[in-house]
Design a protein around this ligand. Structure first.
Ligand SMILES: O=C[C@H](O)COP(=O)(O)O
Length: 278
């Protein structure tokens, strides 16, 4: 599809979504699966990883996914098996190609073999430091699905885009490109405003809810039924103190946690908040 047509479609979707929202038309469906996902980024060593999996407890009612650095996936998988806990693993990134001469890159089928069921795709740090654009992210989503991984697609606006009132436009574009040629029901979204990541300045629960509602409205213009089922997680300075406020929001189906997921006690409290559903 050429660029002017793509831009036109984005504009049409955005206008339709804004009209639906102003008429209060988008349905909120309670009862979606809840997720608490840890993104350790480039933190934790082998000993810290083994100790974390010995201490952390699974809880009913919430899918807990840990995304350690790639070299820690196999020891983490082994430890989870030994402990017999209901914990899942995710990669932080995978390459879009199946295999080949891509030095230093990570193959999706390999992380699957190492016990992953999920992979983050398009985290803002990948977009910012590794020049991942929406086109690459779209290919990575397809690769993940082909290898049987659930992609957790990270979307969000920068501070500059927020100040320029571009948030909705940016999110619409990121969603449409990520879902090109993909069944929306197979994907999880994580709304992570870039200005809230690792800064201690989180989006307020109301602000996050508003954007999650917008994201679901965009999704419902692609596939209404899937939109009601798709999990949309919030990420950005979530901790054991503020997690409960996000859990109370009807369109927030879980959280993607960076810094606070490195501390077992803090992360356990966040799991409990979403497991209890209040
Ligand atoms: O993937 C996690 C996000 O980047 C959030 O990180 P943070 O909780 O340290 O702000």
């Amino acid at each position: 599809m050429n660029q002017p047509i793509k831009a036109y479609i984005k504009q049409l979707v955005q206008e339709a979504v804004e009209q639906s929202l102003s008429q209060g038309k988008t349905a909120i469906s309670i009862g979606r699966k809840k997720y608490v996902i840890a993104n350790w980024k480039m933190n934790q060593n082998l000993q810290e990883t083994l100790s974390f999996f010995q201490k952390i407890q699974d809880e009913d009612g919430v899918e807990v996914v840990i995304c350690p650095p790639a070299p820690l996936l196999l020891p983490a998988h082994t430890q989870i098996m030994q402990e017999g806990k209901k914990l899942s693993l995710g990669a932080q990134n995978v390459h879009q190609e199946e295999k080949g001469a891509y030095t230093g890159e990570i193959a999706a089928n390999l992380v699957k073999e190492f016990g992953c069921q999920y992979t983050l795709i398009g985290h803002s740090e990948r977009r910012q430091y590794f020049q991942e654009d929406d086109q690459t992210i779209s290919l990575k989503v397809k690769r993940a699905l082909q290898e049987g991984l659930t992609p957790v697609v990270c979307i969000g606006e920068t501070l500059e885009q927020k100040h320029q009132a571009q948030t909705e436009k940016v999110l619409t574009s990121q969603i449409l490109l990520a879902l090109e040629g993909v069944n929306p029901a197979d994907v999880i979204f994580a709304y992570e405003p870039v200005w809230a990541i690792g800064t201690g300045e989180s989006a307020s629960p109301e602000e996050a809810q508003k954007m999650h509602h917008y994201i679901r409205a965009v999704l419902s213009h692609i596939d209404k039924k899937s939109a009601e089922q798709i999990a949309i997680l919030y990420g950005g300075s979530v901790n054991e103190t503020n997690a409960k406020e996000y859990a109370l929001m009807p369109d927030i189906d879980g959280v993607l946690v960076g810094g606070a997921s490195l501390k077992v006690d803090a992360f356990q409290k966040i799991i409990t908040v979403f497991a209890k559903g209040d």
